[in-house]
Design a protein. Structure first.
Length: 76
């Protein structure tokens, strides 16, 4: 979602939608980010909505890298 498409009155809803969409996409590839969440601090202090991706183990990092590289290769 482009930043200019986020309604100023609904940053939490936009962040939660982005969170669900990202989680669904990751799940479709067999990836789980246990710490995936909406960054409540950013919302409380009036920053743009942020998602906390959290820490990942090396296997998950490798899996993400492979998927991103495959997507980049197929779009060329």
């Amino acid at each position: 979602m482009p930043l200019d498409a986020i309604p100023a009155s609904a940053p939490r809803a936009a962040a939660e939608t982005a969170l669900r969409e990202l989680d669904d996409a990751l799940t479709a590839h067999g990836i789980t980010l246990p710490s995936l969440s909406v960054d409540g601090h950013a919302l409380r202090v009036g920053l743009r909505p942020l998602l906390e991706l959290g820490r990942v183990n090396l296997g998950t990092a490798k899996q993400l890298t492979d998927i991103l590289n495959a997507a980049a290769s197929s779009s060329r």
